[in-house]
Design a protein around this ligand. Structure first.
Ligand code: FES
Length: 359
């Protein structure tokens, strides 16, 4: 098959993070600092990414500002010719560091928002004082005029704050807001009952987003990730496995998506040992679910198989125990009743305390 080059690369610089969000998409087994790639290996990876055809680099984590070499990495990414986006909680970003990042060529910031007030934000982030520091950083970003996207992850406990989050994005001068209803991977899967939105919340969110898109046309772009347990159609995860993007984990493993390590039989190669282009084109894990030869029924004969690729492989693994199964969030899946049970029967322990992410 014809494999296109990747458009984007997510560099998970570290799993260290001052926040402890219960929906963190990092794996349950986090990589410790001793296993992180050093500056030189990252810089070489950025050059290899450019050679491979990558256009956009997303510096992420954990919290990327936990890396002391963040400014150097940003400069290296720009030198390699990559559009450089920083995905951050802003904890650890001082005014001076922001200036250094801008001078190094940072193009864009995505700032995470855990809640629209101190109580919610610090509760969800598991970090007292986090909201205040974030608001200070948002003011510095606005003063410097760095292009900003506000990233919100919404769930059962904070979905009522969506209208205020949209207002805040405008007040901060953001050009875009990403409204993502929590997706159940990593730590979110562990907190599924606590985070699962009600049907009413999921419907409200879609309505609020649709109205805001009309009202704010030309002023604010709204990207929306709906609650996939509440939809009939599975998500077109990663734009197709191994087709549009790749991730490098803090220890150097190169992954087709951030949750790929939850598929236990896949073998991942490391940027320490192999060239990025070889991993992308020839790697076993990258080729595992490309195309549609791997599909089972009902995907195999489904008219939508080229639209949604059977949904998310990691979700199929998590719910069906088989990464080649139809994503059970699809109503055509024989296991769709398991998703419906979760949605309808989740209220029992929704008030249980969060299991916070910890390293
Ligand atoms: Fe891995 Fe969807 S999160 S394919």
């Amino acid at each position: 098959m014809n494999i296109p080059p990747p458009i984007a690369m997510l560099a998970e610089l570290t799993h260290r993070c001052p926040l402890a969000c219960p929906y963190c998409s990092n794996p349950i087994n986090l990589a410790r600092k001793e296993r992180e790639l050093d500056t030189g290996v990252w810089l070489d990876a950025f050059r290899q990414a450019t050679d491979l055809g990558v256009l956009q680099l997303h510096l992420s984590g954990g919290e990327p500002a936990s890396r002391r070499d963040l400014v150097e990495l940003t400069g290296g990414a720009r030198e390699a010719g990559l559009y450089c986006n920083l995905i951050t909680s802003a904890i650890g970003l001082t005014e001076r560091r922001l200036k250094e990042l801008e001078d190094a060529g940072l193009d864009h910031i995505q700032l995470s928002l855990q809640g629209t007030d101190v109580e919610m934000a610090d509760h969800v982030g598991g970090y007292d004082g986090g909201y205040k520091r974030k608001m200070q950083a948002a003011a510095w970003i606005a003063e410097r005029g760095i292009p900003l996207t506000l990233n919100t992850v919404l769930h059962r406990r904070n979905l009522h704050q969506l209208p205020r989050a949209i207002e805040m994005a405008q007040e901060m001068g953001a050009r875009r807001i990403e409204v993502a209803i929590v997706q159940f991977h990593g730590w979110a899967l562990r907190n599924r009952n606590q985070l699962m939105p009600t049907k009413e919340q999921a419907e409200d969110a879609s309505r609020i987003v649709a109205e805001a898109r009309k009202r704010l046309k030309g002023k604010l772009v709204l990207d929306y990730v709906p609650a996939d347990y509440h939809t009939d159609i599975p998500k077109r995860c990663m734009g197709g496995w191994g087709m549009t993007g790749l991730n490098i984990a803090p220890d150097g493993q190169v992954l087709p998506c951030h949750a790929a390590q939850t598929i236990p039989h896949l073998k991942f190669e490391s940027i320490r040992d192999s060239r990025l282009a070889d991993i992308w084109y020839k790697g076993e894990a990258f080729n595992a679910y490309r195309g549609d030869d791997w599909m089972q029924e009902p995907c195999k004969s489904c008219e939508f198989k080229k639209r949604d690729f059977g949904g998310c492989r990691c979700q199929a693994m998590a719910i069906a125990g088989d990464a080649t199964a139809t994503d059970p969030t699809c109503t055509k899946s024989p296991l769709n009743h398991l998703v419906r049970q979760r949605v309808d029967g989740d209220a029992g322990d929704a008030e249980q305390p969060f299991v916070y992410r910890s390293l």
